[in-house]
Write a protein that binds this ligand. Structure first.
Ligand code: G3P
Ligand code: CA
Length: 316
């Protein structure tokens, strides 16, 4: 079955559907995956966290309340910090939740012009998304890939859970731990990226995400990773980096930084996040932004909430 065959050398930059077609439908739902697929994504992203019964689900945060109605369905299940953790719920319980558009702490929709309906959407498992994309690939004779992110491995470990082992077991079950398959595995935590390659024996292509130290996203020192020495260290275990767009370009002047060139010198692909046409800097339009990223900076791919916009741009 030809479903996730190789696409190592990309003629065109890769369009990575960030949380599915999240610009149009609640993020990471199967509906969002199907729309991203239909819009022509090269890869569809899955952020991964663990449930109480050790299942891997597709959810951006370790918490549930920003994208689900967990507070209405399980009001007593919050921790002392007031948050509802996916890890405290079984998959069966999580399947009873409705997924809605991302909300801020006050319950206001973060991107107000996105999906405004009352539809019912559910949390999906990683394996459900693998099967869905695999089946669509078989039927449409395409090779749309997977782009899973191992979320918060250090936090999961503190809770007694080894998320990377669980993810690798699923990849191996589906014969996806293979450098020649259309899949990249990403992680913000550099120690975990190194562990995946060196200790867990991962063969799959790896992407090191680059954040900022003050985000407290992981124990990683991103100031070091952004240096040529840091990029060289990444290149020993990963095929590329996923930097934040403002690390590649000064958004006030729209002048490129040296980061993409330095990463390319280190032999790394560069897949920045996240192009959102409804959250652009004031001084640029979407055409200028995409032109800068693809023509001037020559990035190798891009995470976007709006797959259709980027696919159309690259088709012109
Ligand atoms: O994984 C790339 C991008 O998604 C990183 O940011 O927070 O959206 O997972 P985040
Ligand atoms: Ca992600």
């Amino acid at each position: 079955m030809i479903t996730f065959t190789s696409q190592i050398i990309a003629a065109k930059p890769l369009v990575i559907a960030h949380r599915g077609a999240s610009g149009y439908l609640p993020e990471h739902t199967l509906e969002s995956v199907i729309l991203a697929y239909a819009q022509g994504a090269d890869f569809i992203e899955q952020d991964l966290v663990v449930t109480k019964d050790s299942k891997i689900i597709v959810l951006h945060d370790i918490h549930l309340e920003t994208v689900t109605n967990v507070e209405q369905i399980f009001p007593s299940r919050k921790r002392q910090d007031g948050r509802y953790y996916a890890l405290d719920f079984t998959l069966a319980e999580l399947k009873t939740l409705n997924v809605h558009e991302r909300q801020d702490a006050k319950g206001k929709q973060v991107f107000p012009n996105r999906y405004q309906g009352e539809g019912t959407f559910h949390i999906a498992t990683f394996e459900e998304q693998i099967e869905l994309i695999q089946q669509l690939n078989r039927q449409f004779n395409k090779t749309t890939g997977l782009y899973p992110e191992i979320k918060s491995p250090a936090w999961h470990r503190k809770q007694g859970v080894d998320i990377s082992q669980l993810v690798m077991a699923i990849l191996r079950k589906h014969k996806l731990d293979d450098a020649d398959k259309t899949i990249y595995v990403q992680c913000f935590d550099f120690a975990e990226t190194q562990r995946l390659r060196n200790d867990l024996g991962a063969k799959v292509k790896l992407i090191q995400l680059i954040g900022e130290n003050d985000w407290l996203e992981s124990p990683t020192d991103y100031d070091f990773l952004k240096t040529p020495a840091g990029l060289e260290a990444i290149a020993k275990v990963a095929q590329g980096i996923g930097p934040w767009i403002p690390q590649l370009v000064d958004l006030k002047t729209m002048q490129p930084t040296a980061f993409v060139k330095q990463a390319h010198v280190a032999g790394l692909q560069v897949h920045p996040y996240t192009f959102r046409k409804d959250a652009l800097p004031e001084n640029v339009n979407q055409e200028q932004t995409l032109q800068l990223l693809f023509e001037r900076l020559k990035v190798d791919g891009i995470f976007t909430d709006f797959t259709d916009t980027v696919v159309n741009y690259l088709a012109d």
